[in-house]
Ligand binder design. Structure first.
Ligand code: BTN
Length: 228
């Protein structure tokens, strides 16, 4: 299909989207990454899926879902014998290279949050178009069944998302321990200006607290809002 995120939106518009739906594509012709980037999703090279769910979280706290999803991926990789780390907000890193990305979009019905669409793209094999990335097979030095990895990933991610509403602190402290961004220099754009600072902490709603020459800025992952 074009993109599992777009398929979820089509189901939603047709009033066919059910809480807990998972859409799994073997291949995407128009896979979407964060910041409007293309996400390469060739057949047989990765796990590309969207999990559509409802949440009682609102506003900036929705960012915690990004962190929890990334932690779920880390858990699944740990079961496969791999030690993954995180780049804020939700890149999953093996051997200093990205192996998995997470895209969270929110669907609104007027002012009300209807669904969250959590898109996960995990490279099983190397993607030639994305030279700086890595894959599970490269890191493990062997091949894996798509079905096996998909099931493991879904279980871990759904479980981790389920913890956010009641166990925010657990999510935050686990994330902190695995986050490669904390303590590092980061650059970001604010009102069109490029700023540089040091990432010092996570905020209680999953933002990144950055010290820009003594002034504190809190960054949030963009949440694409789709208004019907
Ligand atoms: C990122 O930029 O790191 C996020 C990548 C998210 C890719 C996944 S693949 C399944 C789902 N469908 C899409 O079109 N994108 C997400």
């Amino acid at each position: 299909m074009d993109s599992t995120q777009e398929e979820a939106k089509r189901l939603y518009r047709n009033r066919e989207l059910v809480n807990g739906t998972i859409i799994w594509a073997k291949e995407q012709s128009l896979g979407k990454g964060r910041h409007g980037r293309k996400w390469y999703s060739p057949k047989g090279k990765g796990i590309w899926f969207t999990y559509a769910f409802k949440t009682s979280l609102r506003g900036k706290e929705l960012n915690l879902l990004n962190l929890a999803a990334a932690l779920g991926v880390v858990d699944a990789l740990e079961d496969l014998g791999l030690k993954a780390f995180l780049k804020w907000p939700n890149d999953v890193i093996l051997s200093d290279k990205k192996v998995c990305g997470v895209l969270l979009e929110a669907l609104f019905e007027g002012d009300n949050l209807a669904f969250c669409l959590l898109g996960i793209g995990l490279n099983l094999k190397d993607i030639d178009e994305v030279p700086g990335s890595t894959s599970l097979e490269r890191e493990l030095g062997g091949s894996l069944s798509e079905d096996f990895v998909f099931k493991k990933l879904v279980d871990s991610v759904v479980n981790s998302i389920g913890l956010v509403e009641k166990e925010k602190e657990v999510v935050l402290s686990r994330y902190r321990n695995l986050c490669l961004t904390l303590g590092k220099e980061v650059s970001f754009k604010r009102n069109g200006t490029l700023l540089k600072g040091k990432a010092i902490e996570l905020s209680s709603d999953g933002g990144l607290i950055v010290d820009v020459n003594g002034r504190i800025e809190v960054l949030y992952a963009e949440l694409v809002e789709d208004v019907r």
